[in-house]
Design a protein around this ligand. Structure first.
Ligand SMILES: Nc1ncnc2c1ncn2[C@@H]1O[C@H](COP(=O)(O)OP(=O)(O)OP(=O)(O)O)[C@@H](O)[C@H]1O
Ligand SMILES: [Mg+2]
Length: 510
């Protein structure tokens, strides 16, 4: 059994002990004899490559899956969870990346859902009590949220706060957050960190999963690293740094994270002039050359995805001029976008990306055929062959190309979307947050891939919220603010500070 570093030092009370946890899904051994010890009132980071088993381990803790073997002890008591309700009773709450709330109900109604305070008359729910209790709970933890607000009108960040309140109302002592920041804006991320610290100072243990290792450094007290379903390391954060964590995650040193850019930029392949779309996008113009990687930075909500959607023909009312290789084109649908040689890798793989219940191979070959209205004439065997090859190229972790997409870990699903677009013949490729939710090793592969595609002469637009990767990979960076283009910078001559300033600071005359 692996003894954790904290036990050696004898610090703090143990809130959670998972021991010898194993779990198999068909041919995949997702977890093998995993031990995890979490101390009360600490933030415990769980890290590892895509498919390492992080979410599975936490779903076992939350009673979503049963373990094949192993035991769970909470506050010294052995627990066996036969369903999520049992886990909640034992004090475990899970906050998912996509909030799991009833959209048409208020924050207070969600917080007390299934647990409503009764009024004077039987079967009457006492709304005032519910609102007051929610307000009190929010105040105790200094959360800034309106108990009467309807969830459908809340931002993702507010939804998460509502979920955390719900956990607190159920007296959670352990709160699990699985990649909570991947769809938050920067200010919402800051707020979440404050909330996590406040939970910790109230004696609650937070288990925190993230691929953004900088977050872990600032937040975690202890770090456990999973690799291929096994714990390979567990240590206080104070004794670790990012490079060491990465080494444990991937099992080797990761050097030269960003590829060398030695591409000669050719003629202008893409010219966008005076693009307007919806109420938001105003007069956006830019060019991308053959072999050029142009980044697009901006805060969440600045309109970056909307620009891409307008160019690709998703937002049909968009106006402006799009020219490809010197010829003006009209694109009023994604089919026309693809027919003109544009590829668009969407950021939201759940809603606009994948058919989760269908085979990976089907999901990969989809873009080449169905979207442009061609019949699916290739044989399943051929489809599988193509998918297997792309799977190897991108190191997708799956039982096989015929496995359903939903059986893949989050990051590996993202790779499916990328694989799909590698099949189409495109001259202009738009990548919208392609590295969201994927591990460091896979990120490096994606950067290498962007570089390779650029070398083939494609024009690339790379939308990202991570300035580090934009600075590491691109030739030029466009900065969006409130639907307008406010910067067009040469990457070698700019800095993180300059981009942040442009993205965030309002000019006096705006
Ligand atoms: N419901 C399922 N059916 C079949 N296989 C599954 C299922 N859930 C997970 N797996 C497999 O178990 C392994 C661990 O997956 P898990 O989702 O726990 O990874 P993860 O560490 O959370 O990865 P990511 O960082 O990509 O979210 C993967 O190989 C995955 O394909
Ligand atoms: Mg996961």
């Amino acid at each position: 059994m692996i003894e954790t570093a904290q036990e050696k030092e004898g610090e703090g009370r143990i809130g959670l002990r998972m021991e010898g946890i194993s779990k198999r899904f068909g041919p995949v051994q997702a977890l093998q004899d995993v031990n995890l010890t979490v101390h009360e009132g600490t933030v415990h980071a769980l890290v590892g490559e895509n498919g390492a088993g992080k979410s599975t381990l936490m779903k076992i803790l939350a009673g979503v899956y049963g373990a094949d073997r192993g035991r769970i002890e909470i506050d010294g008591k052995v627990r066996s969870f036969t369903g999520p309700e049992k886990a909640i009773e034992a004090g475990v709450s899970m906050i998912y990346q996509d909030p799991d709330l009833a959209e048409h109900l208020t924050v207070a109604e969600n917080v007390f859902l299934g647990n409503e305070p009764r009024g004077a008359l039987p079967f009457m729910i006492d709304n005032n009590v519910m609102v007051n209790n929610t307000a009190e709970l929010a105040e105790n933890f200094h959360f800034d949220i309106e108990p009467g607000a309807v969830v459908a009108e809340l931002s993702t960040g507010d939804c998460q706060v509502a979920e955390i309140l719900k956990a607190l109302a159920r007296k959670a002592s352990i709160i699990v957050m699985d990649e909570p920041t991947s769809s938050l804006s920067e200010s919402e991320v800051e707020r979440l960190f404050e909330i996590v610290r406040r939970l910790r100072s109230n004696g609650i243990s937070v288990i925190y999963i993230s691929h953004r290792l900088e977050e872990i450094v600032g937040l975690a007290d202890e770090v456990t690293v999973l690799r291929d379903g096994q714990v390979v390391h567990s240590e206080p954060m104070s004794k670790l740094d990012i490079a060491t964590i990465v080494r444990h995650m991937v099992g080797r040193e990761l050097t030269e994270f960003f590829p060398a850019r030695d591409v000669r930029i050719g003629e202008t392949r893409v010219k966008i002039e005076g693009l307007n779309s919806g109420a938001k996008i105003r007069d956006v113009s830019f060019e991308v050359g053959a072999g050029e990687i142009v980044g697009m930075a901006g805060l969440v909500g600045a309109g970056r995805t909307e620009v891409a959607r307008a160019i690709f023909g998703i937002d049909k009312k968009a106006t402006g001029k799009v020219s490809l290789d010197g010829k003006a084109v009209t694109i009023k649908s994604p089919g026309e976008g693809i027919a003109n040689g544009i590829a668009f890798l969407t950021e939201d793989r759940k809603r606009t990306g994948l058919c989760l219940n269908l085979a990976c191979s089907w999901n990969i070959t989809l873009a080449g055929l169905d979207l442009i209205g061609m019949s699916r004439t290739i044989s399943p065997a051929k489809e599988n062959g193509i998918a297997e090859k792309l799977g190897r190229q991108l190191a997708i972790k799956w039982a096989g190309a015929d496995a359903p997409a939903e059986s893949l870990s989050g990051g590996n699903q993202q790779k499916l979307v990328i694989a799909r677009w590698l099949l189409t013949e495109s001259r202009f490729m738009i990548f919208d947050e392609p590295t969201r939710g994927i591990d460091v090793g896979a990120k490096k592969e994606v950067y290498g891939l962007l570089n390779k595609l650029a070398k083939e002469g494609k024009a690339i637009l790379f939308i990202s919220s991570e300035l580090g990767e934009l600075l590491g990979v691109t030739d030029r960076i466009l900065v969006m603010r409130r639907g307008k283009l406010v910067g067009n910078l040469k990457t070698s001559e700019t800095s993180q500070e300059e981009i942040m300033h442009l993205a965030a600071v309002e000019e006096a005359n705006e």
